[in-house]
Design a protein around this ligand. Structure first.
Ligand SMILES: Cc1ncc(C[n+]2csc(CCOP(=O)(O)OP(=O)(O)O)c2C)c(N)n1
Ligand SMILES: [Mg+2]
Length: 426
């Protein structure tokens, strides 16, 4: 009997290569949308004198602070909610700094000072069924996703009631049951393929979701960043990668980290959309994140958002950041994300009266004080429990399908190969 010719499997066209324009002849041009209303033009240069290494900043540092860019999507209430999350984010970190100085925090504390708009407004774009993979500066994203300040404070103090029950004294906690949060992974870039895997898992269960994670201007140089994002790109997985372009990676300025002008340009090489936003403008961050999440939920694949801002403290509490030029800090201090949004709500939109604002701030303070007291008074883990809750016990980590039972279709080519193998075995 004549062997039946295997049907040719033609892969269906995948997501469009975004931002590509065909110009005349062989030349192609690419566009990277830029939502910013101001494009800073300064550079940081390393200066060596003998054994001493310093950084100098040059360029325009006295330009006026730009206005907030009007959001295409957020309503009045949502603006106020984001503003509240940002306040909670900042004030909780201030409380953590005090707890550290009182010797109550076990380990270090990492801050997202100056990055609250990036964390809070991006996570605000996620829906319940989406997933988040926060990094060390995204305490704000973690709050937006439903962890309380007391959870986070107890975690830093390694208390028995903390998300990891005192087994980790830093930000390595998540919640795969309720909040859809993957625990941060310290090895920079490793969250990217993990989140791509979450999106793939949901896809196999018949659901396109948005999965959001973050990478720094330093961390994006790692190989796994490329591997994870490229995998998401070719599989059209809904990964929203927020590049926290905060000018420093520990004490390395971004001028010494990469040669492209803007990290969003990296998107061109992955064949996915890239966009630049002012990371200190919550409206820009939200709009870009919302658009990327909507695209992800339509099954059109990943997007890269570069949020330009400045890490306003040292790498962690142990780093005084003396290497950062003072003029640079001054420039960004004038662009404080909370002060800018507050001014927008009170003076530009008049969506909050000064009295309503005072009440909102007082309510945040009150919540934090109650949570701080609760966290401080809560017990440490019992010493006898130290060996428990570290390794999986009795299927405690059985992961059930979240969206539906996976539907795995065996592709024709694979089926033919399997049939051939079966014939061969006979
Ligand atoms: C693969 C890897 N290399 C090095 C480190 C050590 N490390 C932790 S944070 C950090 C700097 C990260 O800078 P950036 O990615 O710009 O993030 P930022 O701290 O500015 O938020 C380094 C080098 C690590 N955790 N993982
Ligand atoms: Mg950085």
């Amino acid at each position: 009997m004549a062997k039946k010719k295997p049907k040719q499997v033609v892969s269906k066209p995948r997501g469009s290569r975004s931002g590509v324009q065909l110009a005349s002849g062989n030349q192609r041009t690419y566009t990277i949308p830029d939502y910013r209303l101001e494009k800073p033009t300064f550079t940081v240069r390393q200066v060596r004198k003998g054994d001493e290494v310093r950084y100098e900043v040059s360029g325009e540092l006295n330009s006026p602070v730009p206005p907030i860019r009007e959001s295409k999507y957020l309503n009045r209430q949502q603006h106020i909610e984001i503003y509240r999350w940002m306040l909670l984010n900042r004030k909780m970190e201030a409380a953590l700094e005090n707890l550290y100085k009182q010797g109550k925090v076990v380990g270090g504390v990492y801050f997202g000072l100056g990055q609250e708009a990036c964390s809070c407004a991006s996570a605000f774009a996620l829906k319940k069924e989406d997933w988040l993979g926060p990094m060390i500066r995204n305490q704000g994203s973690t709050l937006v996703r439903g962890f309380s300040p007391r959870d986070i404070m107890m975690q830093y103090m390694a208390k028995a009631g903390s998300p990891t029950k005192g087994r980790d004294a830093s930000s390595h906690f998540g919640d795969i049951e309720e909040r859809n949060v993957v625990s941060p992974i310290s090895t920079l870039g490793d969250l990217i393929p993990v989140l791509a895997g979450v999106a793939l898992g949901a896809r196999l269960q018949g659901c396109n979701i948005a999965v959001m994670t973050y990478i720094g201007d330093g961390g994006q140089s790692t190989g796994v960043t490329y591997e994870g994002l490229n995998f998401a790109a070719v599989q059209d997985l809904g990964l929203v990668l927020v590049v926290e372009s905060n000018l420093w990676a520990y004490s390395t300025p971004s001028e010494m980290q990469f040669r492209v002008k803007d990290l969003a340009e990296r998107a061109i090489a992955y064949g996915i959309p890239g966009i630049i936003v002012d990371g200190t403008d919550a409206c820009q961050v939200y709009d870009a994140a919302h658009e990327a999440c909507e695209r992800a939920r339509r099954g059109e694949g990943p997007a890269l958002i570069e949020a330009k801002m400045m890490r306003m403290k040292g790498h962690a509490i142990h780093d005084a950041a003396d290497y950062v030029p003072k003029a640079l800090l001054e420039y960004w201090r004038k662009r404080d994300p909370i002060a800018r949004l507050e001014n927008y709500l009170l003076n530009v939109k008049k969506w909050l009266t000064p009295d309503e604002n005072r009440k909102l701030i007082a309510a945040v303070d009150q919540q934090l004080e109650a949570d701080r007291e609760f966290a401080v008074a809560s017990p440490m883990p019992e010493p006898e429990s130290a060996a428990g809750g570290v390794y999986c016990e009795n299927g405690c980590h059985a992961i059930k399908p979240k969206y539906a039972m996976p539907k795995v279709k065996v592709r024709t080519a694979v089926r033919v190969k399997l049939a051939e193998a079966a014939v061969h075995l006979k």
